[in-house]
Write a protein that binds this ligand. Structure first.
Ligand code: TRP
Length: 334
């Protein structure tokens, strides 16, 4: 990693193939960052087990996600792509930070409240201290910037609070991370419920979400069935959330402006418009599908990326971890 570049860290849970919303809102942007920043992308399997997982399925989802990153075009030489569970410093730092985090702070986390309602049969301590592990992820690498959506804002905020608290006691140990707001990237909403973000975990139905690896005919069918309104005019407007969302998708992938797209479809109806949106999405994802297929078949290469990623992340994380251990009074290893 070159010293003069800022560090970006992001974690994604291995909870299945991500959506077109993730693609437009996050991954497309990650590709633009890889030359100008030192980026770490962790597949956060330790976070994933805060809810029950089927072991074999979790392993597969993690590997598929890592393979997908590569298929999208993230270069494993430029970015550090790794499994969180392969770097034990995450757990070690999380423990220490637990001792600098207050129950009251964690009690205020809205995601904890939501998740404890959803998983009322399993409100475990890991779910409660989830934000502390996330703080450890970020702080271990002296991260400058964290690309976060609205739903993770509060977690980034607590990571900053913990870091500041620690630094106040022990001196400048942690870099205080900031949110990274991408220059482009519209927020993509659900196809069936365009008032809510297109989300893999909260999909009302399968038709609500396009997954990055959906087959072309499936993509076309989902877009065709997407909720619109009855006036048949392709116009961007708050009272046309379905059409506005499709316009956002179309423009994000064609680099056209909303006005250009409105002009293009001024004399056309929803049928033509939806077919055009589907076409653009399918073409965009085609090379990703192709590379995913090729890479999935190359076990040795993927294994190598996994191994190298873990090595690099381990090396970097040890620097911060050792410093922290010393500060809190752990004896030097002999
Ligand atoms: N909590 C994040 C999510 O569910 C995932 C995550 C874990 C993360 N550690 C992180 C995101 C560090 C950014 C930085 O989306």
């Amino acid at each position: 990693m070159s010293e003069d570049k800022k560090i970006i860290f992001s974690g994604v849970q291995p909870s299945g193939i991500p959506s077109l919303g993730n693609y437009i809102g996050a991954f497309k942007n990650w590709l633009l960052l890889q030359n100008d920043y030192n980026c770490l992308y962790s597949i956060v399997d330790m976070h994933a087990i805060t809810v029950r997982q089927e072991p074999a399925a979790l392993r597969k989802k993690a590997r598929d996600l890592l393979t997908l990153y590569l298929a999208l075009g993230l270069d494993p030489e430029k970015n550090i792509i790794y499994y969180q569970s392969h770097v034990s410093a995450h757990a070690e730092l999380a423990w220490i930070l637990n001792c600098f985090t207050y129950m009251g702070e964690l009690n205020r986390m809205t995601q904890f409240k939501e998740k404890s309602q959803k998983h009322s049969e399993n409100i475990n301590a890991g779910l409660f201290t989830y934000p502390v592990l996330m703080a450890a992820d970020i702080l271990l690498y002296q991260t400058d910037l964290v690309p976060v959506g609205e739903d993770q804002r509060q977690h980034l905020e607590i990571a900053r609070d913990i870091a500041l608290r620690f630094n106040n006691i022990y001196g400048e140990v942690f870099k205080i991370p900031e949110a990274y707001i991408p220059k482009t990237g519209a927020k993509i909403m659900g196809l069936q419920n365009p008032s809510k973000k297109m989300s893999k975990s909260e999909s009302d139905s399968d038709n609500n979400v396009i997954y990055i690896l959906d087959e072309p005919d499936k993509i076309a069918a989902k877009i065709k069935r997407s909720v619109t309104d009855s006036d048949n005019r392709v116009i961007y407007s708050p009272d046309k959330p379905g059409i506005s969302n499709l316009l956002n998708i179309y423009c994000a992938l064609t680099a056209k402006s909303i006005e250009q797209a409105e002009d293009e479809f001024a004399s056309k109806g929803y049928g033509d418009f939806k077919a055009a949106v589907a076409e653009v999405v399918i073409e965009e994802l085609k090379p990703v599908h192709q590379r995913f297929k090729e890479l999935s078949a190359d076990k040795a290469y993927i294994d190598e990326v996994i191994k190298k990623g873990a090595e690099k992340a381990n090396y970097l994380s040890q620097k911060t971890l050792r410093k922290v251990q010393k500060k809190v009074g752990f004896p030097a290893k002999l």
